[in-house]
Design a protein around this ligand. Sequence first.
Ligand code: ADP
Ligand code: MG
Length: 317
Amino acid sequence: MEFSLIDRIRRRAATRDDVVLGIGDDAALLRPPRGQELVVSADALNAGVHFPPDTGAADIGWKALAVNLSDLAAMGATPAWVTLSLSLPQADAGWLDAFLDGFLALAAQHRVALVGGDTTRGPLSIGVTALGFVPPGAALQRGGAQPGDEVWITGVPGEAAVALAQWRRGEAMQPGLRARLDRPTPRIAAGLALRGRAHACIDVSDGLAADLGHVLAASGVGASLELVRLPRTAVLDALPDETRWHHQLGGGDDYELCFTAAPAQRDAITQALAGCDTPAQVIGRIDAAPGLRLRDPQGVLWQLPQRGWDHFAGAPA
Ligand code: ADP
Ligand code: MG
């Protein structure tokens, strides 16, 4: 079955000058730019775990690539190549074409070439490996946060969680909200702009509190966030405080960048991110004392009921 499917993929996949040999042989041949470090990231998406089972094929295609490009963004990398491992319940050319519509549209936006993969029969699962470049030593890592740094977030985390909660309750999703869940924007330009400016960076896939927690652990520091500084939209504004904070801090699927930087960098970062149309704001500060402290508008400590998404622990309540 898979040969006609692979052919469909090969016919539509764009290429680039640095792809010596793309889809069709036993392996791809790629020419990394001289002197750059290769950045590699892999993420799989499983139906019902990483997207609701009723998600459209084009949206699945978009998201499968977006979550991988988001990891490269968080490293400050320029994306170049991707591979695609597809496990499909049946050889459904219509589904594949729609999947490629989403996948290849995002690939084209970032000039990313699909250079290989694997196609098998099985439960719906999509594995992507994304490769990109970064100048030596320039990658943004989790371990660089320093006491006194400001903690920043791009965009507005939380809306994807609101969409997911509505879907879980069986409600019709608010217009526009479904796209927050299905069509995340990988913050590639922002990641590039933060090179040499941010001390630490991570993309928010499992919830802001959990992912910032990874930065804190890797850096051996703590942080204090002011809940009132978390960015909001009308959708989030409509929620009671605690429900909103839960979505803003505990919801995954937003794929925004959380990063830390010295206060002296604030203007340079604001300007650089404005230059790539990425809204961002300071939400707190890195402290020497370990742990994450969340302060409500009265300055009182607030505890997030459960932190993020743990695949082996199950869904948050
Ligand atoms: P092999 O048996 O050598 O693994 P395959 O039949 O799996 O070969 O794949 C043939 C070619 O098609 C390879 O170049 C492979 O990278 C490519 N390919 C297979 N599946 C995909 C896919 N889903 N997306 C992109 N390229 C694919
Ligand atoms: Mg194969």
